[in-house]
Design a protein around this ligand. Sequence first.
Ligand SMILES: Nc1ncnc2c1ncn2[C@@H]1O[C@H](COP(=O)(O)OP(=O)(O)OP(=O)(O)O)[C@@H](O)[C@H]1O
Ligand SMILES: [Mg+2]
Length: 236
Amino acid sequence: MKLEIEKLTASYGSVRALHGIDLYCETGEMVAVIGSNGAGKSTTLNCICGVVPVSYGEVRLDGLDILDRPPHEIAAMGIAQAPEGRRMFPRLTVLENLEMGAYLLNDNKTLKKRLEYIYDLFPKLFERKGQNAGNLSGGEQQMLAIGRALIREPSFLLLDEPSLGLAPVVVESIFDVISGLVRSSDVGIILVEQNAVLALGIADRGYVLENGRIVLESPAKALLDDERVKTAYIGG
Ligand SMILES: Nc1ncnc2c1ncn2[C@@H]1O[C@H](COP(=O)(O)OP(=O)(O)OP(=O)(O)O)[C@@H](O)[C@H]1O
Ligand SMILES: [Mg+2]
């Protein structure tokens, strides 16, 4: 399957956040979108999910226009986001949060299988399944956010800065799981990150977003070697 955005333009009031973005992701590949604070990374993902209105442009899933559909319909079509800031239900347990992610599933056997799959990816979540999400560490909350997005077996997983605020060893283990997902399943991942080295290190292709515009697009390895990327995002 192919998720495609074309000439995507979005504004908050009179402030234009995206000035015509073109990008695509196919199932079975990981695409990184790197950019600094305020570049428009979260806005891009939120436009795809239908939670931020688009003023111009298109979002297509296998050629089908999905713009202007409500977020729950876009989710049901197989696009899941683990949002920035994680946004769990703090007073619900880990298990309850995961079940919320699966609210469209009314088949207990499938739910059980999916839960096992998530616990397999993130054994920490199994250990903490009865604990309130609000008491999890930052890394565990990130695992829960990814688990909740994955529980419906989406075709596309949108990750908004999964490394944010986490210790390097925790980031490493989460990124191992993320890169394993692309190899073991057919999911397509759009990984939004400020950490260019990390994201481009595991992605197939990458885009650089600056002030609401894509300024570079290349295979990830080529971007890592690009002088402009090195100067602006890797520190020489
Ligand atoms: N709800 C909002 N209301 C008004 N302006 C917003 C809103 N959300 C984002 N913006 C503005 O839109 C632009 C893009 O923001 P966005 O959150 O997409 O950036 P980002 O690349 O995700 O940044 P960060 O790395 O800090 O998360 C910024 O100038 C931001 O100030
Ligand atoms: Mg953001």
